[in-house]
Design a protein around this ligand. Structure first.
Ligand SMILES: *[C@@H]1O[C@H](CO)[C@@H](O)[C@H](O)[C@H]1NC(C)=O
Length: 266
């Protein structure tokens, strides 16, 4: 009886611990045809208008995931409470592991261009790149493909366009919209037309994803919308380990980053 309970608890934990994860707001998703894997995905978007300063942490991003939704590769664009940044990130659920490329600060209105490219069956890795087209700055890294429990390398098949992390509605950017443009997906080297389905994880601030076409997805919200419940805030915070600690550290990082970039420009 007790072991049955433990099994149930473990299964429940496994079911929860995968993407789409707690803390995601609205998202669009599509998959490669069966038996194929993602060999390239790219998309462009514009950095949002500055929201008021706060301790809020959130990000629009796109990314790709393995079929079991446990390995996420993403060009990201977080707001760290006082400024925007860009870099690329890998999140592996099991064993839990996170890796970020170098963070750079970016400005409202800058054009971002993210790219994720498979380096081939012999390499079994992906190159992730996030470029601020306005400044020319690129952040990139290479991430090996994880070997699954069957001893084979996993296949990345799932595409995501996401806005992530719960905050108060008036802490989000006042433009109330981000548009992902020129989305391009290749499966086994062939360009496909993603058939997006949309979803909502945390129902806050009227966040919605809308697929305008296979190559264009917008995510909208309402700064006067239905505020998050305390449960949604806790839920979201739990999903990011050391959420508040990270946030304060990042708040400092971004100030340092800005100073260094200003120095370089002079
Ligand atoms: C993974 O992708 C490769 C290449 O497209 C394919 O040959 C293989 O069947 C896929 N594996 C699975 C489990 O779908």
């Amino acid at each position: 009886m007790q072991s049955a309970l433990i099994v149930v608890a473990l299964v429940a934990a496994v079911v929860v611990a995968q993407d789409p994860a707690p803390g995601w707001l609205a998202y669009a998703t599509a998959s490669c045809p069966a038996g194929t894997r993602i060999t390239h995905m790219e998309a462009k978007w514009t950095v949002g208008q500055n929201p008021p300063q706060s301790f809020a942490f959130f990000s629009p991003w796109f990314g790709i995931d393995t079929t079991d939704n446990l390995n996420l590769l993403q060009p990201v664009n977080p707001w760290f409470g006082t400024g925007w940044s860009m870099y690329t990130e890998y999140y592996q659920w099991s064993p839990s592991h996170n890796k970020d490329s170098t963070q750079y600060s970016v400005s409202a209105g800058d054009q971002l261009f993210g790219q994720i490219t498979f380096n081939g069956e012999s390499e079994q890795s992906y190159t992730l790149k996030q470029t601020d087209v306005t400044t020319g700055q690129t952040s990139e890294m290479v991430i090996p493909v994880q070997v699954g429990s069957d001893g084979q390398h996993k296949n990345y098949t799932v595409q995501y366009i996401v806005y992530e992390k719960v905050a108060q509605c008036n802490q989000y950017p006042p433009d109330q919209k981000v548009v992902f443009n020129d989305i391009k997906v290749l499966c086994n080297g062939v360009q496909v037309q993603p058939q997006w389905t949309t979803g909502i994880v945390e129902q806050v601030c009227d966040f919605k994803a809308n697929a305008i076409s296979p190559s264009q997805v917008e995510i909208t919200w309402n700064i006067d919308g239905v505020p998050p419940t305390q449960k949604a805030i806790d839920h979201s915070a739990q999903s990011a380990k050391n959420y508040r600690v990270d946030n304060v550290a990042r708040y400092r990082d971004i100030k340092k980053m800005k100073k260094e970039q200003e120095k370089k420009q002079h």
